[in-house]
Unconditional design. Structure first.
Ligand code: T3D
Length: 258
């Protein structure tokens, strides 16, 4: 079985990290396959939202630690520059909403890949671990960028240094997760959110994402200019015209993502 699966239905590409016996930890082959799968989703006009989840009990346990030693060991410089940095960069630059459906433990790079997604949803039994410090590493995959912005500097510092296991409920309370669903509801409710996003004015959603990306390092004045620029682009979409027309005609809008 491939280590990354993709299935498209109702405008949503479901990407499943698929090494369940290793808790979906990333080896080199899986990292490259995940990157190319994200590229396919970016290029496919039938895909308007991307839903990332894990096969089996875990979401993703980060780097496959068995790949770090032995004669085929991969250098740490390559692991970040060739595996994880291209993954999180792709997710942030993808002009479509990306949903992390965290179905179990998310550790190390697995946690931080989830946290860089646009919407993070978790099953009630999921957990998040900044596992890096436990093996003498620093958080990567954008974790030192996103986590302090999500939970605040102090909490991020403690989570990263202690490497505590945080329950889904606690992660939601801290602001790492949008919603937590009970086990019986998780699959349906999380895919429903992805399908809702996929049927929305997705060109506009991509512009929201660009505005948020820009906001993390912009001044207030520059951000207002960026909103002006992106709002002009949003107003030029046919989905905007359709949204207004449908409102005035008191009917549901039919959006095409254009
Ligand atoms: O050079 C670099 O590494 C740079 C890149 C860094 C990126 C990173 O992601 S570093 C962080 C790497 N990840 C970790 O340190 C997490 C390691 N795993 C764990 O701490 C625990 O497995 C979990 C907390 C994730 C889950 O615990 P538990 O008790 O529920 O399950 P388990 O029994 O530990 O794991 C289940 C199986 O998955 C087990 O296999 P086995 O013994 O049944 O055959 C375990 O070995 C395997 N597994 C889990 N995580 C990894 C893994 N195998 C390889 N690599 C893993 N990361």
């Amino acid at each position: 079985m491939p280590s990354v699966l993709k299935e498209v239905s109702n405008r949503v590409a479901v990407i499943t990290l698929n090494r369940p016996e290793k808790f979906n930890a990333f080896n080199r082959e899986m990292a490259f396959l995940f990157q190319s799968t994200l590229d396919e989703c970016a290029a496919d006009a039938n895909v308007r939202a991307i839903y990332i989840t894990g096969a089996g009990k875990a979401f993703c346990a980060g780097q496959d630690l068995t790949e770090l030693s032995g004669e085929n060991a991969i250098g740490i410089d390559k692991i970040l520059s060739e595996h994880y940095n291209p993954i999180v960069t792709r997710i942030r630059n993808l002009r479509k909403p990306v949903i992390a459906a965290v179905n179990g433990v998310a550790a190390g790079a697995g946690a931080n890949i989830a946290l860089c997604c646009d919407v993070v949803i978790a099953i009630d039994s999921a957990s998040f671990i900044q596992a890096f410090s436990k093996i003498g590493l620093i958080p990567d995959s954008g974790g030192t960028y996103f986590l302090p912005r999500l939970v605040g500097f102090q909490k991020a510092s403690a989570l990263m240094m202690l490497g505590d296991k945080i329950s889904a409920t606690e992660a939601e309370r801290m602001g790492m997760v949008y919603k937590v669903f009970q086990t019986g509801d998780f699959a349906n409710e999380s895919i429903k959110i992805a399908e809702t996003l996929g049927a929305m004015p997705t060109a506009g959603l991509a512009l929201i994402k660009q505005a948020l990306n820009y906001s993390v390092s912009a001044s207030f004045e520059d951000q207002l200019k960026k909103e002006d620029e992106l709002q002009c682009k949003a107003a030029a979409t046919s989905d905007y015209a359709e949204g207004v027309k449908a409102f005035l005609e008191k009917r549901s809008a039919i959006f095409t993502g254009k």
